[in-house]
Design a protein around this ligand. Structure first.
Ligand code: NAD
Length: 357
């Protein structure tokens, strides 16, 4: 099969890690008889340097014309004094909205070889965890009505959480479909004991769950979920939640894996085209030193194969190559344990994964 991929390398370690993912995708294409073409576009600080703005129209057009998008990271101290609406990070909201991406999928998986990197105690980790957080990305309080007004104590600021049945069903369906491909459990997280929008969220999720009798469905209040994630993370498979709760819980879930350089993410919309990126930033402190861990971006590439191109066996092959390289004891500096020997560079880690593929 043939697919076109827009590359948004961005800033800092972005170019290094995207080049690594491209090398792994090219090897995968060769192994399975596919053809991937890659076209780079500017985004973030490098786009400001060249064009004056972080998200040039050619980048949006290029992404819309591609089958999918792979992003590195944007931002860095060089652009910190840019005005708010021209900061590199502003481009991320712009490109997500231009591509109509309303779902964010964030796996939080504990790699057995990296158990010691988790801040959780061994008895809490138990046999490990592999959670998929499905976060609504374009609704809720981050996009609701906001402003200033006169309140009981003088001027006050307000933001509004609002969700329609259509938005809840749309994200719910993604969660149930995702669970059908995993261990068939969905936990919907809300604050239905307090918020009206959460009560509608819960009612809608309940009705939707009837369409998926094979999926074991449960609800949880967000405050309890925040506790349960550090008390017994193994109980979760797919978590589905609103924009703000997902923002907070997905960061908590990534921290308990202990390895920011390992975690991938996917943003999806109504079409097969998605945007895939590591959850970490541009790591300016190690940029250009060949020290970055490329695995989060390589795994983002695997998610692209699975979710945008329907190439599950190919995605499995990449994920299993990463597992085997870690099991064999290879590490980049960020995941080096106290007993490990010298770390691999970004390019050496990429070569190891390609070798095993
Ligand atoms: P960061 O994720 O870039 O870095 C945090 C720490 O983790 C640093 O010590 C860094 O060296 C390390 N780290 C991150 N990724 C790594 C990797 N792949 N391998 C090894 N070590 C890694 O977060 P930050 O320092 O808060 O932000 C730096 C810049 O990135 C800022 O400009 C911020 O706005 C931007 N940012 C961008 C995105 C994005 O593009 N999606 C996300 C978060 C932050």
């Amino acid at each position: 099969m043939e697919f076109s991929i827009a590359l948004l390398k961005g800033d800092g370690i972005g170019p290094e890690i995207v080049d690594s993912a491209v090398a792994v995708l090219e090897k995968t294409a060769a192994k399975f008889g596919h053809k991937f073409s890659f076209t780079p576009y500017l985004i973030g600080g490098c786009a400001i340097d060249e064009t004056g703005i972080p998200l040039p129209p050619e980048t949006i057009e290029g992404c819309l014309a591609s089958d999918s998008v792979l992003l590195g990271a944007v931002g860095g101290p060089k652009w910190d004094d840019q005005p708010g609406n021209n900061r590199p990070e502003k481009a991320l909201l712009g490109i997500r909205s231009a591509l109509g991406l309303f779902t964010n999928l964030r796996p939080a998986k504990l790699y057995p070889a990296l158990r010691s990197a988790s801040p959780l105690k061994d008895e809490i980790i138990g046999s490990g965890f592999d959670i998929m957080i499905v976060r609504e990305l374009t609704g809720g309080i981050y996009f609701g009505d906001r402003g200033y007004r006169e309140g009981k104590y003088g001027q006050e600021a307000y933001d509004t959480e609002a969700y329609s049945i259509t938005e809840i069903e749309r994200i719910g369906r993604v969660a149930f479909e995702t669970a059908m491909k995993r261990s068939k459990r969905v936990c919907s997280i809300d604050k239905a004991n307090v918020l009206e929008s959460s009560r509608l969220w819960r009612r809608t999720m309940h009705s939707l769950s009837e369409e998926y009798p094979e999926v074991e469905y449960s609800d949880m209040f967000v405050d309890n979920a925040a506790m349960q994630l550090v008390r017994d993370p193994g109980q979760f498979d797919v978590i589905v939640t609103s924009n703000m709760f997902g923002d907070i819980l997905s960061d908590e879930a990534s921290q308990i894996t202990g390895s920011i350089g390992m975690l991938a993410s996917a943003s999806l919309g109504d079409t097969a085209r998605g945007m895939y990126e590591p959850i970490h930033g541009s790591a300016p402190d190690i940029a250009g030193q060949n020290k970055a861990n490329p695995i989060a971006t390589i795994l983002s590439g695997a998610m692209m194969l699975r979710y945008s191109f329907g190439l599950s066996a190919e995605a499995d092959a990449i994920e299993s190559a990463v597992d085997r390289v870690l099991d064999a004891g290879y590490r980049t500096a960020d995941i080096l344990g106290s007993t490990d020997t010298a770390p691999l560079t970004c390019t050496e880690m990429t070569e190891k994964i390609i070798e095993v593929l």
